[in-house]
Each structure stands twice: as structure tokens, then as C-alpha cells.
Design a protein around this ligand. Structure first.
Ligand code: GTP
Ligand code: MG
Length: 202
């Protein structure tokens, strides 16, 4: 069974030149170019992943332009997204400042209890030029309820893991919603609840 429709919309945002387009092209087409040109028009590519033995999930991954002059256009692309991937370049400290701005913007506008946020440190093939420590990036991500990933679009590191995680997470949340809507009414068993409350915490 295939989950169809534009509702599995993922948007990739972040500073210019951090590797957003390269990540999409790597993920969806298995391509990479050292001379990737700056994005001017947003576009999307489709990616299908297997979420369990019998089911696939279609994701629509939108690339946006990172350059400041296109900033006002971007909200058009993220307002109905289920997941935002915020990319920074591990060799360029300022690109992490942009991550923080993006987190603020997205959390102000979108329902963060529904939005999956992934923060991605790209270009991890250039480990020697790293300007943002792993620990700092991971702690920050955790503090805003985001998952952190390291990727190299160039060397194809961490890209599959990132999109597999997102696919599984979308699938999991959908199933939970369906169960909530269709399930039988739940009658609380107060005695049982009280008993449970007495159980020591793990
Ligand atoms: N070393 C290295 N270079 C990369 C990697 N990913 C992208 N690049 C290079 O970084 C430059 C920018 O990549 P893009 O994918 O165009 O970056 P972008 O974020 O889409 O940029 P805008 O479209 O301007 O927002 C290109 O020259 C890429 O080849 C990576 O993982 N490692
Ligand atoms: Mg681009």
C-alpha cells in the first residue's frame, strides 16, 4: 500500500551554500556535483521509502533557496510541511546562527507538536575544518526538540539515515493519529489508574 498525496511534505531550509540541493539530489537521484549552482526557484523531488515489510511511504522533498534575497518566498513552501530539515555547514560557523533563526521562525509559525525538525550538519567529509563542535550542535538540537544528523552529500554519509528516520517518523505519527480517530472509546479504569500511580518510577 502506498500513502499518496502532497501531505508528506518536507522542506529543506538553511543558509546559502550549505548543501541543501546537494542533499536532495544525493537522496533522490544518487547524484552529486562539486559545482552545484545556487538555487533560484524552489522545486521538489519525490522519494519513496519502505517503512515496514509491506508498506512504502512517498515523501515530497522541497528544496528552497538559501540566499537572503529569496527569504520572503520561503514561507510559501514551509507552511504546510510535516517536517523541516534545517541544514548548516560544519565548516562555517555563521551557518549555525541561521539554524537558530530558523528554529525561532518555524516554531513561531507552525505547530511544533506536529512538526518534525531535523538539524543537519553537512559537509562532514571536511572534518578538519570543523567550526561547530558535535556536542554543541547535538545539545542545542535536543534543547529545541529536534533530531541532529551529520551528513556528507559528497561522500554519501548519513543521507539515507536522515530520510529513513523522517519517513519512519511520519509513518509512526500517521498511524498514531489513525488509531486515535478510529479506536473504540476508552473508559478510564480509576482503580487501575490508582494502582498504576503507586508503581515506582523506572
Ligand atoms: N565538501 C563538501 N561539499 C559539499 C557538500 N554538499 C555540498 N557541497 C558543495 O557546496 C556547494 C553548495 O552546495 P549546494 O547544494 O548548492 O548548497 P545550497 O544550500 O543548495 O545553496 P543555495 O541553493 O544557494 O541555498 C557546492 O559547491 C557543493 O558541491 C558536502 O557534503 N561536502
Ligand atoms: Mg540550493
Amino acid at each position: 500500500m502506498m500513502s499518496k498525496g502532497m501531505n508528506n511534505k518536507i522542506v529543506i531550509v538553511g543558509e546559502g551554500r550549505v548543501g541543501k540541493t546537494s542533499l536532495i539530489l544525493r537522496c533522490c537521484k544518487g547524484e552529486y556535483s562539486d559545482n552545484q549552482e545556487s538555487t533560484i526557484n524552489a522545486f521538489y523531488l519525490e522519494k519513496t521509502i519502505q517503512v515496514n515489510d509491506t508498506e512504502n511511504l512517498n515523501m515530497y522533498i522541497w528544496d528552497t533557496a538559501g540566499q537572503e534575497r529569496f527569504k520572503s518566498i520561503t514561507p510559501m513552501y514551509y507552511h504546510d510541511a510535516v517536517c523541516a530539515i534545517i541544514v548548516y555547514d560544519i565548516t562555517f560557523k555563521e551557518s549555525f546562527d541561521k539554524v537558530k533563526l530558523w528554529v525561532t521562525e518555524l516554531t513561531q509559525i507552525l505547530d511544533t507538536s506536529k512538526l518534525i525538525i531535523c538539524i543537519v550538519g553537512n559537509k562532514c567529509d571536511l572534518e578538519n575544518n570543523r567550526q561547530i563542535s558535535k556536542q554543541f550542535a547535538e545539545e542545542y538540537s535536543q534543547s529545541v526538540g529536534a533530531h541532529h544528523f551529520h551528513t556528507s552529500a559528497k561522500n554519501n554519509r548519513g543521507v539515507d539515515e536522515l530520510f529513513q528516520y523522517i519517513g519512519q517518523e511520519i509513518f509512526k505519527r500517521k498511524n498514531t493519529n489513525v488509531k486515535k480517530r478510529r479506536g473504540p472509546p476508552i473508559f478510564e479504569d480509576k482503580a487501575q489508574n490508582q494502582q498504576n500511580q503507586r508503581k515506582p518510577c523506572c
